[in-house]
Design a protein around this ligand. Structure first.
Ligand code: GSH
Length: 214
């Protein structure tokens, strides 16, 4: 059976868990606490970069969440999460990459920086830019690039719905607000939802990581 190494609080791992659930793929969960277990030789053999998520399927190991999503789509194509029409495919890839490169990294300073700091303000500004862009890209479609759920929804849908917990009001982005509501109605999102208490724990872990001397 497919083995899935992850930590439930991490958005990068939740992407993979959502895809597994949406596709109905059976898996054996291997939970890591990331309190040092990721540095143990057994795990380093699986991922020398000591990151989760990792999937091992039929003896084939994949690291990097976006690569895992591509693998799952190719190996378990039903239900499909990737459109083939060129513009739709590009939209899905674009939203995945903008989430990974422009949005997610800017959420971290909102957790560990003081609200008065210029870094905090810059991060907020950048997130607003992404949300305006996503509003434009989503348009009147229920999902990114498709009438059905796509990998773009899975990737952006592990970050955008959490923004209100970081002080970003989605009421200013009604189309994204409604899109989040649509995702929250799905069983996979409900099943992987991070409680307010767990989200606070995630924030504490991020703060501890950034306050550790390098
Ligand atoms: N680009 C990677 C990021 C994976 C990653 O950085 N995971 C972090 C948590 S967000 C991790 O496992 N950190 C533990 C460590 O580095 O020791 C992906 O998308 O899979």
């Amino acid at each position: 059976m497919l083995k899935f190494y992850y930590a439930p609080l991490l958005p990068v791992a939740r992407r993979v868990r959502l895809a597994l659930l949406e596709k109905g793929i059976a898996f054996e969960p291997v939970l890591l606490s990331l309190d040092g277990d990721q540095l143990q030789p057994e795990f380093l053999e699986i991922n020398p970069f000591h990151h989760v998520p990792v999937v091992v399927d039929d003896g084939f190991r994949i690291v990097e969440s976006l690569a895992i999503l591509d693998y799952l789509e190719a190996k378990y194509p039903t239900p499909t999460l990737l459109p083939t029409q060129p513009e739709a495919l590009a939209t899905v890839r674009m939203v995945e990459m903008v989430t990974a490169n422009e949005l997610f990294p800017q959420t971290i300073p909102l957790i560990y920086e003081n609200e008065e700091s210029p870094t905090f303000a810059q991060a907020k500004q950048h997130i607003d830019k992404v949300l305006e862009f996503f509003t434009q890209v989503l348009g009147d479609s229920p999902y990114f690039g498709s009438e059905q759920l796509t990998l773009a929804d899975i990737v952006a849908g592990t970050v955008v719905p959490s923004l209100p917990r970081l002080g970003i009001n989605l009421n200013d982005y009604p189309k994204l607000h409604d899109w989040c509501g649509r995702l929250m109605q799905r069983e996979a999102w409900q099943k992987t939802d991070v409680s307010a208490e767990d989200f606070e724990q995630f924030k504490r872990k991020v703060r501890a990581f950034f306050s550790e001397p390098t």
